[in-house]
Design a protein around this ligand. Structure first.
Ligand code: ATP
Length: 278
């Protein structure tokens, strides 16, 4: 990696308060360190509950950090709140699993896309309109989509709107938390193609949170494997998926479904063997 990484986590720790009288807080993330380079895609994988979303939320300032640091483009943003946190929006964006939940149903799509652009006072309303038309074209939606409401779109189209909003100000990095998990396989592939295209043209980096190893291999250059809030393996995605070193990664890879029934049977056997020895 050359130059300052766009995102750095340095010994990140997150503890959630425990329910119950005098119970100590529960440590969910402990001593997590990694970097994401410019225009790089890094995947964060792990079983449900391993802490993937918590890391994404900590980077976005949505979950308080108990220890360690988060640096954006070399600047410590760990404890920024309020106006200082909002000022990061042009550089740091997010796309979540459920686009319907993250889009305001009462606003036409054009207004949703205009909001981040109007926050930048250097743009005139005419420039904002032209930019919205360009954004809709880039994400493969018709120009008249600007006048329609989120409910009038399919799940895949809504995710395209969420993607358009995330890239509107050409951020340095987008935290993608299971952005394609709610989509069918074909729509998922199209959304991943779109994200890859936008990365090529805009140069943004992705921290790509997913439980889907098939997606990781295709989409991310590097993969980090998270178990119980610790990174247990990291490397090139092809290496992590094809030659997993850690026993936990081996179990994740063996559990991932494959379209070939013969291979699937072999995988099942391997899974049983791993369970028998663990
Ligand atoms: N607000 C919260 N308060 C207390 N515990 C929480 C909170 N949010 C998450 N947790 C706990 O933190 C752990 C990690 O959760 P997290 O959602 O980060 O995992 P994940 O790997 O993203 O899981 P999934 O793939 O199912 O979304 C879990 O044990 C979860 O129950």
């Amino acid at each position: 990696m050359t130059g300052t990484p766009v995102l750095q986590l340095d010994g990140l720790a997150v503890r959630y308060p425990s329910r119950g009288f005098r119970k100590p807080p529960t440590t969910v993330i402990e001593d997590v360190s990694f970097e994401v380079g410019r225009a790089e895609t890094v995947a964060l994988v792990g079983e449900s509950g391993s802490g993937k979303t918590t890391i994404g939320r900590a980077v976005l300032g949505l979950t308080p950090v108990s220890g360690g640091r988060v640096l954006l483009d070399g600047r410590d943003i760990t404890r920024l709140t309020g106006r200082a946190r909002r000022a990061l929006a042009p550089d740091l964006q997010a796309i979540f699993q459920n686009p319907y939940g993250s889009l305001n149903p009462a606003l036409p799509v054009g207004r949703t896309l205009a909001e981040p652009l109007l926050a930048d006072s250097t743009r005139s309303p005419r420039e904002v309109r032209a930019h919205i038309t360009d954004l809709l074209r880039r994400v493969g939606l018709p120009e008249d989509a600007a006048d329609r409401y989120p409910a009038q779109f399919s799940g895949g189209q809504r995710q395209r709107i969420a993607i358009a909003r995330a890239v509107a100000r050409q951020p340095k990095i987008i935290i993608c938390d299971e952005p394609t998990s709610a989509l069918d396989v074909t729509t998922q592939a199209a959304a991943l193609d779109l994200l890859a295209e936008l990365q090529q043209s805009l140069g943004c980096a992705y921290l790509f949170i997913t439980h889907d190893l098939a997606v990781v291999k295709e989409f991310a250059a590097r993969t980090l494997v998270l178990q119980h809030g610790h990174i247990v393996e990291e490397g090139r995605s092809t290496d992590v998926c094809d030659q997993p070193q850690h026993e936990y990664t081996q179990r994740l890879v063996a559990a991932a479904p494959v379209p070939d029934p013969v291979l699937q049977r072999t995988r099942r056997q391997k899974r049983l063997e791993l369970h028998a020895t663990s």
